[in-house]
Design a binder for this molecule. Structure first.
Ligand SMILES: C[S@@+](CC[C@H](N)C(=O)[O-])C[C@H]1O[C@@H](n2cnc3c(N)ncnc32)[C@H](O)[C@@H]1O
Length: 336
């Protein structure tokens, strides 16, 4: 508590942002997108949701009644973070896919209260989202260094700043974002995150659970139409990044439950025949009326599945916190 009071009197430190992504100028991202759009069943990597407009739409989604995930995760964090922070006493928080970093406050408050918080590292594909959250967090936690990294978690994890001697790291990966990856990408990412953990560190993971398909579909197809707008914004984002010419209004938003793969999928279905010219990718995509582009997978998990994911990455699941309705879980993994 003494340290906390001392920190309150401390200076607001200038934050830093290292940017490793540039829209339209990222060869690996462009190649992946071209491959996805040119596939027999076209698809788009989830990162294309998140330009500034997409990040703002996602913040609106998190406040929707249908989108139970955010408020449930927040309540679970509230309930479990005190014990986690006391047992690991982390000095820094690295947050993967940090977005608006609202729930992050729950974790930072607990670290601040314990007097261990020295640094916050938000890592996200969106430099704009990091800039906003870094400004707010640096101001709210005087004396805390905020060092943002704008990068793709598939390519730039090595750009996370090194720790100082004696630092203990808590890595948070919230919002169910791990579910946006196919099993192979998920395994690779978990292994890479695990390799960066040292004894005493911990990984805090938010996962949406497989449950009532009706509730799940509604969370991705809200009556207010915000998720539909978020989905169509992918077209706008790609147009801007790669000089494309499709009109988002020519696509209908579709959300469905794929029971075999235990995942929600979002698609954009063409309402008329479209020729989408994307000059920056060097492609013209003919899309028949009724044909669809898959824009998101959101895999839903079981406790056993999450435990197996930790084990595959060389971690042990040391905490599992699930809401009463069995919809969402926050879990903790530590180096085995
Ligand atoms: C589902 S949102 C979750 C945001 C926030 N953590 C929350 O729980 O509300 C996913 C976040 O991951 C980021 N993201 C998506 N793909 C990414 C990638 N390939 N690399 C880094 N960040 C990514 C997005 O910009 C977005 O902020």
């Amino acid at each position: 508590m003494t340290t906390r009071l001392a920190n309150r009197a401390a200076q607001v430190l200038p934050w830093r942002l290292d940017c490793h992504v540039a829209a339209g100028n990222d060869r690996a991202a462009a190649d992946e997108l071209r491959r996805g759009l040119s596939a027999r069943r076209p698809w788009v990597p989830a990162r294309w949701f998140y330009d500034d407009a997409g990040c703002a739409l996602f913040v609106r989604i998190t406040a929707l009644d249908a989108y139970y995930q955010t408020r449930t995760e927040e309540a679970l964090l509230d309930a479990c973070i005190g014990d986690l922070v006391v047992s690991h006493a982390p000095t820094e928080l690295v947050e993967i896919g940090s977005g608006a970093a609202r729930k992050t406050r729950t974790i930072l408050d607990a670290m601040d209260h314990l007097g261990t918080l020295t640094r916050y590292v938000p890592f996200d594909i969106s430099p704009g989202a990091i800039a906003v959250s870094a400004t707010q967090i640096a101001a709210a936690y005087p004396g805390t260094r905020v060092h943002g990294v704008a990068g793709d978690f598939a390519h730039h994890l090595a750009r996370i700043p090194r720790r100082r001697a004696g630092d203990r790291r808590l890595v948070a990966f919230l919002g169910g974002t791990i579910g946006n990856l196919e099993p192979r990408g998920r395994r690779t990412l978990m292994r890479r995150l695990a390799r960066r953990l040292r004894p005493g560190d911990a990984l805090l993971l938010g996962t949406d659970l497989a449950h009532d398909p009706g509730v799940l579909v509604r969370a991705y197809d809200d009556p207010e139409g915000v998720t539909a707008e978020f989905n169509r914004n992918v077209i706008r984002h790609i147009n801007t990044a790669f000089a494309g010419d499709a009109d988002p209004v020519d696509f209908a938003h579709v959300a469905l439950w794929n029971a075999r793969a235990a995942r929600i999928e979002m698609h954009l279905r063409a309402l008329r025949p479209i020729e989408w010219s994307i000059a920056g990718l060097g492609i013209v995509l003919p899309i028949e009326a009724g044909a669809a582009i898959r824009t998101e997978i959101s895999c839903k998990f079981t406790r056993a599945g999450v435990e197996a994911m930790y084990a595959d990455a060389g971690l042990t699941m040391t905490g599992w916190h699930e809401d009463d309705l069995g919809r969402y879980a926050v879990s903790v993994g530590t180096p085995s």
